[in-house]
Design a protein around this ligand. Structure first.
Ligand code: FES
Length: 96
């Protein structure tokens, strides 16, 4: 099992099976990561891996279509496209 800390949601922490999809975990456990399409097209689920970037799977082509090189270098991912391989902490921008 691996721990995911949803920093923007009062550091809500859930333990999940390795290789879980970040958005699916958020939906199942009501962790609040924003989303719309769920398919790597809208960018709504853009989030920042505050800790444990090395514990995420490789960045997908769909993510490169939406995120800038700078975003990727700085640890941003699309939650719907990201699988978690070890402990991570994730945050996101809260839209008003
Ligand atoms: S929810 Fe649309 S890109 Fe992830």
């Amino acid at each position: 099992m691996v721990d995911i800390v949803f920093v923007t949601n009062d550091r809500k922490t859930v333990s999940v099976a390795e290789n879980s999809n970040l958005l699916r975990v958020s939906l199942r456990e009501q962790c609040g990561l924003p989303f719309k399409c769920g398919g790597g097209n809208c960018g709504t689920c853009k989030c920042h891996i505050d800790k444990g970037l090395e514990n995420t799977d490789p960045v997908k082509k769909k993510e490169r279509n939406i995120l800038s090189d700078e975003d990727i270098e700085n640890g941003y991912r699309l939650g719907c496209q990201t699988f978690i391989l070890g402990d991570v902490e994730v945050s996101w921008e809260v839209k008003k």
